[in-house]
Design a binder for this molecule. Structure first.
Ligand SMILES: Cc1cc2nc3c(=O)[nH]c(=O)nc-3n(C[C@H](O)[C@H](O)[C@H](O)COP(=O)(O)OP(=O)(O)OC[C@H]3O[C@@H](n4cnc5c(N)ncnc54)[C@H](O)[C@@H]3O)c2cc1C
Length: 433
């Protein structure tokens, strides 16, 4: 029987892997490759803060799994994984419901010979009182669109208002990691664009953005030489940056810090910390850590079952040279997908000892909307190079282009770039609905 590879999660990593395996093993009939995702379409997660601010229309940058599967010789199954039977080598998918709560696709089971889990992560609110009820999160396209809608509603209400009072909006973002910082800059840009389109009862200077970070500086996971210039740029844009301020409670209209500061905010976004989906917690007795990540060996095989691989944000992968884990980043998911495309081919050919994954940090780039980007690039030939401004912005955009190349190939990526350039002349620069 043909070897059955089932990949669960069609995100930054899983979709690249399914596409690569489909084009090789699937096309040649050496394995059947099935991708499972809880949604019908994919959007690259690092774009979600742009969806939230309205600078990106998600329906233009989404990819349809059914079409991608057809073009790249793999199968797609819509469903949310909820269980695993390691003895019978089956996963269970729960039923998918439509927006009216009616069953769209029934609950079912899928058999595998090799299972790859790449279900990503969600934001971790660390159980902070009121966070789940009152904060918005940016884990999915739906959540990002909800934020955008709420932002726009504030502007539309103000636009319809008759009073002479100065209209204001306050946005508080918890977490000054890459997501929080990039969202703050995108929102500053959105405030200017909305005013330029005539929704100017809230003047750009009356959008008050506060970025709250528990650690001593912005971008705590990146070197200080990146955090420093980013902090200065944010302040220049008028963003209030509070460091050493841990949020202890969220209410309907404010955030309260541990030292008693109350930050009033009509829109509140939680963008600090990650955890893997809860259903993974000790699933079928696989080893997991305190944030539900599946513990894997350097080959990306789970520690207790060599037929089950995990990678991307949902995996706790050791970095042998340090005592740190591979960071939850798109570049790690991309590198791991490339390695697994080779490893799974070797496995099907009967090789037992698989290659180890070694994380290579190519640097970090932080987008400050259309204003600039700041970051560093790392390579064995050039060492570490600091980048800022237009050049950094170009490299930042190229990260997404690399993801598109892995999914569509060079020609279609170039056509997509051309299409979006043409579209820019005929569409508003900001999504206004
Ligand atoms: C706003 C934002 C900005 C970011 N910016 C950057 C950046 O600039 N650079 C960078 O390197 N990283 C960035 N990241 C992090 C990066 O997006 C992640 O590290 C990366 O997407 C992880 O890839 P993944 O394949 O592990 O998971 P994901 O890309 O999250 O994909 C997971 C997939 O699994 C599916 N899924 C989840 N649960 C189930 C289930 N039970 N059953 C079936 N399917 C399921 C989801 O629908 C999704 O398609 C950012 C993240 C966010 C939220």
């Amino acid at each position: 029987m043909t070897h059955r590879i089932v990949i669960v999660g069609g995100g930054a990593g899983g979709l690249e892997l399914a596409t690569r395996l489909g084009k090789t093993l699937g096309k040649r009939g050496k394995a059947s490759v099935t991708l499972v995702d809880a949604n019908l379409t994919h959007i690259w997660k690092p774009l979600l803060h742009e969806v939230a601010a309205g600078s990106l229309n998600s329906s233009e940058d989404e990819l349809n799994y059914v079409a991608q599967a057809k073009w790249n010789h793999f199968q797609f199954q819509l469903g949310r994984m909820s269980g695993l039977d390691r003895e019978l080598k089956k996963i269970s998918l729960s039923a998918t419901l439509d927006e009216n709560g009616l069953e769209l696709v029934p609950a079912r089971e899928l058999s595998y010979d090799t299972l790859v889990i790449a279900v990503g992560s969600t934001t971790n609110d660390f159980g902070t009182k009121g966070a789940a009820e009152h904060c918005l999160f940016l884990d999915t396209r739906k959540q990002a669109e909800r934020f955008h809608q709420q932002l726009l509603n504030h502007y539309l209400r103000a636009h319809a208002g008759q009073s002479d009072e100065v209209e204001q909006i306050s946005v508080a973002i918890v977490g000054a990691g890459a997501t929080g910082v990039e969202l703050a800059a995108e929102l500053h840009n959105a405030a200017h664009e909305l005013a330029a389109y005539g929704l100017d009862r809230i003047k750009p200077e009356n959008m008050h953005i506060t970025l709250i970070e528990a650690g001593p500086r912005v971008l705590p996971a990146l070197p200080d030489r990146i955090g420093g210039p980013v902090h200065k740029t944010l302040e220049k844009l008028g963003v209030t940056v509070l460091t050493n301020s841990a949020v202890s409670e969220v209410t309907a209209d404010s955030l309260i810090t541990k030292d008693g500061q109350v930050i009033a905010a009509s829109l509140k976004v939680w963008a600090a910390g990650i955890r893997a989906p809860g259903f993974l917690q000790e699933i079928a007795e696989l080893e997991t850590n305190r944030i539900n990540q599946l513990v894997v060996r350097p080959t990306l095989q789970t520690t207790r079952d060599e037929n089950i691989f995990a990678f991307g944000d949902c995996a706790a992968c050791p970095q042998p040279s340090t005592d740190k884990l591979v960071p939850p980043r798109a570049q790690a998911a991309h590198q791991q997908a490339s390695l697994l495309a080779k490893s799974l081919k070797l496995r099907i050919e009967g090789q037992v000892q698989l290659p180890d994954y070694k994380y290579r940090d190519y640097g970090s780039l932080i987008s400050l909307s259309s204003f600039s980007a700041v970051g560093n690039l790392m390579g064995s030939l050039m060492g570490t190079v600091m980048l800022e401004g237009w050049l950094a912005r170009m490299f930042y955009i190229s990260l997404y282009r690399m993801h598109q190349m892995a999914l569509y190939g060079t020609f279609r990526t170039l056509m997509l770039m051309l299409g979006s350039r043409i579209g820019r002349g005929t569409e508003p620069r900001l999504k206004l609905h």
